[in-house]
Design a protein around this ligand. Sequence first.
Ligand SMILES: Nc1ncnc2c1ncn2[C@@H]1O[C@H](COP(=O)(O)OP(=O)(O)OP(=O)(O)O)[C@@H](O)[C@H]1O
Length: 363
Amino acid sequence: MEWTRGRTLGRGSTATVYAATFHNSEEVLAVKSSELHRSEFLKREARILSSLDSPYVIGYRGSETKRESNGVVTYNLLMEYAPYGTLTEAAAKNGGGLDETRVVKYTREILRGLEYIHSEGIAHCDVKGSNVVLAEKGEAKIADFGCAKRVDPEFELMVMGTPAFMAPEVARGEKQGKESDVWAVGCTVIEMLTGSPPWTEARDDPLSVLYRVGYSGETPELPCLLAEDAKDFLEKCLKREAKERWTATQLLNHPFLITKPDIEQDLVSGLVSSSPTSVTDQTFWRSVEEEEEEETEELQKGSRDLDRLSLWGCYSERIGQLRCVGGLDGPRCDMEGGDWITVRARCEGTMISGSHEELIINY
Ligand SMILES: Nc1ncnc2c1ncn2[C@@H]1O[C@H](COP(=O)(O)OP(=O)(O)OP(=O)(O)O)[C@@H](O)[C@H]1O
């Protein structure tokens, strides 16, 4: 598979996503890449994505191991390119929230994607605005299957995700499945409506959010001035008891979604594309050297790392406390991500019930 790497589209905890072009077709692609020795999650994502085929799930285009010109061996997942960014970015660009027409359209598309992946026996486990991308026709597609897992039969004890979007049973480390995805849809609708995820302290103190979600009995605060059908829809997603939550199929028939027309009209007009006008478009296809130079400068400035370090200071202290209280056994920390931290910990005790489960927190 011959392709040329373009500009960076995004960075996560374990991988970087680049724009790229296939040599033979000139199709623009997104390539998610990580060093081979850290590619466990990316390989797992590639395995799951390669088994899926839906207009509401980002398309799989292949995967490969490659030796780069600098000798580093990388694992690459090739995907359909989504030119309009993520739902989180769309909400932010829109001044902190999307209008109801778009919220209804994107919610339908996310639920159609979830209905499909759930029917395939898979739970996504990290549904949130930044993991839903806007594709060529402005349609929402579920992306980032790095936390996804097979739930039929439910054999895996690993708990993963992002605290602000976690269902109570996930925050308590009891189980994670299709119902937890539905809770996360409720949180994503709140994010689309308000421009921010629920639980305002989530960014500064994700562990206290885990406790609040898991044990306080609270549900996320709903946006004020919400129409009755929207409020009822959110309440059906955000039932604290997983068994009481509606399924993706039931939600697709909820009045909040079915009483509004399916908008066929072009919604791309309000979106800002980062697409190249041609494969030789210089602003889009900045050279890899240029990007690396910029990255070095950024690191020299040190601002991002200092932020991360100070955040990590608070975070590790809290984990230290939990370790005493709940018996966390040797958390391993991954500080490579952009603005967030992934913590992987073998857990026993108070916070996570059962033994030898793995807690992976996106922040
Ligand atoms: N197919 C795609 N087309 C365009 N941009 C994409 C695509 N996939 C991912 N991105 C961009 O790259 C970013 C990171 O991608 P992704 O979430 O898959 O990586 P990650 O390492 O799992 O990150 P995170 O830890 O934030 O979940 C996304 O937020 C999005 O901006």
